[in-house]
Design a protein around this ligand. Structure first.
Ligand code: NAD
Length: 486
């Protein structure tokens, strides 16, 4: 039988070479709860080596490439992702428990598209000419920031690393990537693809390990010029504060707790489709998910009735089955967090419309980290299950009586990553979208994401934008050159 986690994959990747470590991190298959392999657990010395390699690579031939040169390399990365889609899907599904039927079109395709999009952006590293009152020729150029520490979370390893590495490379930077300790496989696999695509050794380095050691060392490293962090608000606050000591540039993509507003004039079938997608997608481990459903009162019980029928029918089970839509949570710990929120809500009077338990699954899957998609009614805005980020397949449903009340409830948490509304009234769509405190607003659907459309947070969801030309700009510095004509 082929190795689940090839031994050759498990080392750190520094300066184009695999580096083995005595200390290891277990790789656990969330679908069975079994340990299926291990990867290197890096230390501070590995971070030092990776930052030094990245610095040297930036000062070497990579630093002299043009946007056109880098564009060709990024296109090749995109092609290689598609050529290696089978193995990337297998690794990502094994590591995170992602259903293969979604992993290919969502995770792998999005990553490939992201590199292709950034290949085009790499050719737009243009400055501009500025007019001045004095006799001078003044112009701006965009330069890479330098060494980027890319720190990513457990839920979308391939997509979120691409979201950082693609624009960083497009702009001519070098990278040290620290993936989440639980889900490092695709990052280690991608390290070889970068080399194969013609990215010189040392331009992208991967150091796997714990946040407290590897992540912390990156935040504190004086050789890091930018920290691109995606993760929880709690760790993000810490990361921003620590990076601030070195005045390192940071972008912070943090937690979310989005509201999805269903007005009484909505197309109910489409609104329910959007609502279900918004909370079961990626088993609810989606920063831009919609775990808070706000329904205009005349539709409230109707919507609950439809959800009670529809949600238990969403295919749940083996992520290796192409028909599966909901797989396990990524770790036992994450399932405990989710269960804790649901039990607390139940104890304080929430109505469990459906779910609220672990499913009974056969064979090996019995020990997987599964949890039934859960819908809760009769909750209050102050209940932790509503007010905090649960990060699991849990939907709370609350009624509202007016547009003002819906907006107030939607904006009623410190987060502001995404929001959505379902209505047939075009004027209301634009009016409410403008009042929602969020980096992205979807109307009459959910999770329409594309590398061309920027996203990012407001408030406790962080700052900075990924995707779109905005992402490229955030990996550059503007330099002004003023040449006297006197
Ligand atoms: P997390 O904050 O626990 O970890 C994120 C990363 O930070 C991991 O690589 C982790 O090892 C590292 N880390 C932990 N402690 C660190 C430290 N002291 N110094 C430096 N790095 C450290 O987040 P998670 O549990 O992996 O991911 C879930 C969270 O990520 C959720 O809150 C979710 O909303 C958020 N998220 C946000 C976005 C977005 O685009 N805004 C996308 C995906 C996930």
């Amino acid at each position: 039988m082929a190795e689940a986690v090839p031994a050759a994959l498990g080392g750190l990747f520094i300066d184009g070479r695999r580096v083995e470590t005595a200390e290891r991190l277990d790789v656990v298959d969330p679908a069975t709860g079994r340990v299926v392999g291990n990867v290197a657990r890096g230390g501070v010395e590995h971070v030092d080596a990776a930052v030094a390699a990245a610095r040297a690579a930036g000062e070497g031939p990579w630093g002299r490439t043009t946007g056109r040169d880098r564009s060709k390399v990024l296109l090749r990365i995109s092609e290689l992702i598609r050529e290696n889609a089978d193995e990337l899907v297998r690794l990502e599904s094994l590591d995170v428990g992602k259903p293969v039927g979604l992993c290919r079109p969502v995770d792998v395709e999005t990553a490939a598209e992201q590199y292709a999009y950034c290949a085009a952006l790499a050719q737009t590293m243009d400055g501009s000419v500025r007019s001045t009152p004095f006799p001078a020729h003044a112009y701006t150029v965009r330069e890479p920031v330098g060494v980027v520490a890319a720190i990513t979370p457990f839920n979308f390893p391939l997509v979120l690393s691409s979201t950082k590495i693609a624009p960083a490379l497009a702009a001519g930077n070098t990278v040290v990537h620290k993936p989440a300790a639980d889900t490092s496989l695709s990052a280690l696999f991608m390290a070889q693809l970068f080399l194969d695509a013609g990215v010189p050794a040392g331009v992208v380095n991967v150091v796997t390990g714990s946040g407290g050691v590897v992540g912390e060392a990156l935040l504190r490293h004086p050789g890091v010029d930018k920290v691109a962090f995606t993760g929880s608000t709690e760790v993000g606050r810490h990361a921003a504060a620590v990076s601030g000591q070195n005045l390192t540039q940071v972008t912070m993509e943090l937690g979310g707790n989005a509201a999805n507003i269903v007005f009484a004039d909505a197309d109910v079938e489409s609104a329910i489709g959007a609502a279900v997608k918004a909370f079961v997608f990626n088993t609810g481990q989606f920063c831009m998910g919609g775990p808070r459903l706000l329904v205009e009162r005349p539709l409230y019980e109707t919507v609950l009735g439809i959800l009670a029928q529809a949600v238990p029918g969403v295919p749940l089970g083996d992520p290796r089955d192409p028909a599966t839509v909901v797989g396990p949570l990524a770790s036992a710990r994450q399932r405990e967090v989710v269960e804790g929120y649901v039990e607390q809500a139940r104890a304080s009077g929430a109505r469990v419309v459906c779910g609220g338990a672990r499913p009974e699954l056969p064979g090996d899957l019995a020990d997987g980290f599964f949890y039934c998609p859960t819908v809760l009614a009769d909750v209050k805005s102050t209940d932790p299950v509503v007010a905090e980020e649960v990060f699991g397949p849990v939907l709370t449903v609350q009624p509202f009586d007016s547009e003002d009340e819906a907006v107030e409830m939607a904006n009623g948490t410190p987060y502001g990553l995404a929001a959505g509304l379902q209505t047939r009234d075009v004027a209301r769509a634009h009016r409410v979208a403008s009042r929602l405190r969020a980096g992205i607003v979807w109307v009459n659907d959910w999770a329409l994401l594309d590398p061309a459309v920027p996203f990012g947070g407001v408030g406790a969801s962080g700052f900075g934008r990924e995707y779109g030309p905005e992402a490229l700009h955030s990996y550059t510095r503007t330099k002004s050159v003023v040449v006297s004509l006197a």
